[in-house]
Design a protein around this ligand. Structure first.
Ligand code: GDP
Ligand code: MG
Length: 163
């Protein structure tokens, strides 16, 4: 069975950029799902001979009244529930934000395997870039650059190891 990998994270951390890279070779299969799943994008990819389905959740865009938690409940948690593994993107240039910590706490409670990907780390030392993200309590964070493709293959090999 092809595992479903769900990309989550607050707005602007680079989810869609990474999604495009992960689905590049099958870009024609990327499509919008109307109706219930209208805020999610699905695409297919493959790494090291292993195929996967990847979901771009559209992020935890805060809603006017409910705030970030309500938005997570509304769309992203459903994607997380349907996923086999979660890639939680954070911004290595912005550092760990209060929103990141809220999302981390919520993801931890899902019981799904979560991989913290510290994005936008091109030109940075990986160990320095990831250091403050250990505090999210989701295991070792991995430095990547979705825009430049750095660390992406290694991350996906790790994510897919269990499948
Ligand atoms: P999303 O809101 O999480 O889907 O984020 P986007 O993929 O739309 O990217 C938000 C911004 O971050 C855009 O300006 C991207 O060009 C930029 N971005 C994405 N990935 C990287 C990266 O690896 N390095 C840098 N420096 N910028 C990035
Ligand atoms: Mg996006």
């Amino acid at each position: 069975m092809k595992p479903t990998i769900v990309l989550v994270g607050r707005p602007n951390v680079g989810k869609s950029t990474l999604f495009n890279r992960l689905t590049k070779t099958r870009a024609a299969l990327v499509h919008d799902q109307p109706g219930l799943t209208r805020d999610r994008h699905y695409g297919h990819g493959r790494v090291g001979g292993k195929p996967y389905l990847v979901v771009d959740t559209g992020g935890f865009e805060p809603v006017v009244d409910g705030g970030i938690l309500a938005e997570m409940a509304r769309q992203t948690l459903q994607a997380v529930d349907e996923g086999d593994a979660i890639v939680f993107l954070v911004d290595g240039r912005a550092g760990a934000t209060p929103q990141d910590k809220i999302i981390a706490d919520r993801l931890r409670r899902t019981g799904r395997p979560v991989f913290v990907a510290v994005n936008k780390t091109e030109g940075m030392r990986s160990d320095v870039a990831v250091s403050e993200f250990h505090e999210l309590g989701l295991g070792a964070p991995y430095a990547v650059s979705g825009a430049h493709g750095e660390g992406v293959r290694e991350l996906m090999e790790l994510v897919l190891e269990a499948f």
